[in-house]
Design a protein around this ligand. Sequence first.
Ligand code: ATP
Length: 248
Amino acid sequence: MTALLEIRGLEVVFDGFRALDGVDLTVDQGELRFLIGPNGAGKTTLIDVITGLTRPAGGTVAFGGADLVGRKEHQIVRQGIGRTFQTSVVFEELTVVENLDLAASFRRPLRTLLRQRRGISDTVAEALETIGLTALAERPAGVLSHGQRQWLEIGMLIAQRPRLLLLDEPVAGMSRDERERTGELLTAIAEDHTVIVVEHDMEFLRRYASQVTVLHEGRVLVEGGVAEVRADPRVQEVYLGRNREEAA
Ligand SMILES: Nc1ncnc2c1ncn2[C@@H]1O[C@H](COP(=O)(O)OP(=O)(O)OP(=O)(O)O)[C@@H](O)[C@H]1O
């Protein structure tokens, strides 16, 4: 496998506090990697550095061989990195398909955009099918349930055809059924994308993760297969401590 993302010695300092303290992370092309860690471990900060929102004090972030440090957010999006945010980016008054179309359009020249207005592009149709919202395509996004809205956001990312997707707590606030559907969605997406998922939900992790990186106090504590990571005493201590019985 080839490394798509190679992070070395990453450091982020906020007012003297080291939020990331020498993080190394390699994610191969086609991988589905889960990133976990207790509150304040640095997970969101790491995603923020990869996407250009936060500038590191030191270290390198190579994506497809090119260094991303110092690039602007929109340049990084154009390089092929898409992320979800904790806050929604869906336009409620637009339909599901219009939201997808808008997301897809950012790479298309204006002429193509106008031509394709009359029908759904293949990219949008594919995204719609992947997220399972075809039946709701013409409904305004404002009527969607919390789970459906999260899937739409994932669909909007896919429609931009990224090489790397970064998903920040995709099952937060979801019902059991929605979690299950999200797990299946992630598995499907991971077949042809590289995906990094930040997730707190241990049950979700147990069911859908294979490779896991555990962050703790701004460093990588442990990395490996999900079973191995869950069984690691250091992980149990810092992360699963409060769920030790469940983790056993
Ligand atoms: N802009 C900022 N200014 C100062 N400190 C910050 C800033 N952003 C994050 N931090 C601090 O950096 C540390 C890492 O935060 P981060 O949000 O990356 O953790 P996390 O692993 O995503 O946690 P959570 O699971 O709670 O989302 C925390 O102690 C946080 O308070």
